[in-house]
Design a binder for this molecule. Structure first.
Ligand code: FAD
Length: 467
């Protein structure tokens, strides 16, 4: 034990590190800490630890508002939230330096760089004589717990989902009860506005603010609407971007205003008590499993954000905007919603205006970029990362690789979405396209020719590899 450190929890406070779990309910680290003594929360905005991918612009907007909301919810429980910006390891050393921290608690993270940070923290806390407790608070099961019979992570979603459905999902836990605030002087905290997370010149966030209210209370309100109204028709309506037919819970799950247990259990309970809602509730619950699947995939394949999971795609002849004026022109047209394909252009406008895009349209827009425009999936992934309020490293890169055909359990390469047929099928009255009113421009590529070129490039990759 460290000679200078006081372990008596009655004389120090319990420090809870908040990361992608900005909530008070079903937060195992917060609950355990509050049972041990007075709690102080700490959010470190860390873009400087090695390998951490800086947040995109839309995510920074969300984070600002989500932290304000969390600060208010924690204040009601008597828990202050400190804010610091910098390298986690250095700042934590500073925060514990005055000897008033009895123990540190956090929910585990699963990204490679984040895990490395947390492993180092655990050992530096131990050296300082402070106990560090980590908890499972983000996924339905830890990625090392749900494995195939041969002891590896799942690469096929249907098998993963089947295995998941055969496990017990723990019930969601309540928020801690209000407590008396910790005594004495607290460590320094930044002013949130000094982080400059909000866009100013220009302020492009009006559409985001109209579409979303970041934070735990709004997430619970939406979950209630989903359980009362959306879930029962989910199976019939989830592919229709012109309807409010999906949960729109992705930002709440991304930022941890809700966790997967709360949503999964809510949907399971709905399916059991209301037989006519069961099909829809279980179909939506299956999507929650996709999120866990992507995180398990990322945990077992840390190269997922940048490397093709199927190495044969390393030889695929994709272009980058830097390669030629034509590739740069195509990438810009796609980003700005000027491809000439109305469904894709409306989707890109929805993304720009609201920070979100319907899943069906994400698939069609991604397919157009990778297959018809011939650009590398990472070009689209980076744009989504910057513009989505739900941008999530595992789900974004996992899905881009799925569409590109380079991922585990990927869509077969020859499945190339036709954006015009997709529009007829899933936006039959054209009201989604009309809502985002993209400019009518000439198509940037011929669909038939570009599809054939993609299939030829795929065949070329295959035959080069078989020689
Ligand atoms: P619902 O249909 O109501 O589904 C409920 C929840 O299940 C979602 O909120 C989400 O947490 C999860 N989910 C659903 N589909 C998927 C999926 N295919 N993969 C992983 N989780 C899923 N989702 C993100 O959360 N972040 C991303 O960065 C992201 N990038 C994507 C990029 C591409 C190219 C594609 C095709 C999909 C991407 N998705 C991403 C998945 C999916 O499009 C969104 O989760 C979904 O559109 C969010 O809307 P919703 O909450 O109404 O979903």
């Amino acid at each position: 034990m460290h000679p200078n450190r006081n372990h008596d929890s009655a004389q120090g406070y319990q420090l809870v590190l908040f990361r992608d779990d900005l909530r008070t309910a079903d937060h195992p680290a917060l609950l355990a800490a509050s049972e041990a003594g007075p709690v102080v929360g700490l959010y470190i905005f860390d873009e400087s630890s090695p390998g951490i991918r800086p947040l995109g612009a839309a995510a920074r907007w969300w984070l600002h508002h989500a932290l304000l909301s969390l600060q208010a919810s924690l204040a009601e429980l008597g828990i202050p939230l400190l804010l610091r910006r910098g390298t986690t390891a250095e700042l934590l050393e500073e925060v514990i330096a005055d000897g008033t921290v009895a123990a540190v608690h956090w929910n585990r993270r699963y990204g490679q760089a984040e895990r490395a940070v947390d492993t180092r923290l655990k050992s530096s806390m131990r050296k300082a004589g402070i106990t560090a407790h980590s908890y499972a608070g983000t996924l339905l099961h830890e990625p090392w717990e749900l494995l195939t019979q041969s002891g590896t992570g799942y690469k096929v979603f249907t098998a993963f989902h089947k295995a998941l459905c055969g496990t017990d999902i723990r019930p969601a836990q309540p928020a801690p009860t209000p407590q008396s605030a910790p005594q004495g002087q607290l460590p320094y905290s930044d002013e949130l506005k000094s982080w400059k997370l909000l866009p100013t010149s220009p302020d492009w966030s009006t559409g985001l603010a109209e579409a979303w209210t970041p934070g735990e209370p709004a997430a619970h309100e939406r979950l209630a609407t989903v359980l009362d109204e959306i879930a029962q028709d989910y199976q019939d309506q989830h592919d229709r971007p012109d309807l409010d037919g999906t949960s729109a819970l992705s930002p709440a799950l991304r930022w941890g205003h809700l966790n997967a247990h709360q949503v999964w259990n809510g949907l399971s309970a709905l399916a059991s008590r209301t037989p006519e809602a069961a099909n829809g509730a279980l179909a939506l619950r299956r999507q929650i499993a996709w999120r866990d699947f992507c995180w398990h995939l990322y945990y077992h394949h840390p190269g997922l954000p940048t490397e093709n999971l199927r190495a044969e795609f390393d030889d695929f002849d994709w272009s980058w905007p830097e390669d030629s004026d034509q590739a740069a022109h195509l990438a810009r047209a796609w980003q700005r919603g000027r491809t000439g394909f109305a469904l894709v252009d409306a989707g890109m406008a929805q993304l720009w205006q609201t920070g979100w895009m319907h899943n069906r349209v994400r698939m069609v827009a991604a397919s157009l970029l990778v297959k018809n425009l011939g650009l590398h999936w990472r070009v689209g992934e980076q744009w989504f990362w910057d513009t989505l309020v739900d941008a999530d490293l595992a789900s974004n890169t996992g899905n881009w690789q799925w569409v590109a055909g380079s991922g585990a359990d990927a869509a077969p390469y020859f499945r190339v979405f036709n954006p015009e047929l997709q529009a007829k099928k899933f936006d039959p009255s054209g009201s989604y396209v009309a809502c985002y009113a993209p400019l009518a421009v000439e198509p940037v590529v011929d669909l038939k020719e570009s599809r054939q070129a993609a299939l030829d490039a795929y065949q070329q990759m295959k035959s080069a590899q078989s020689q």
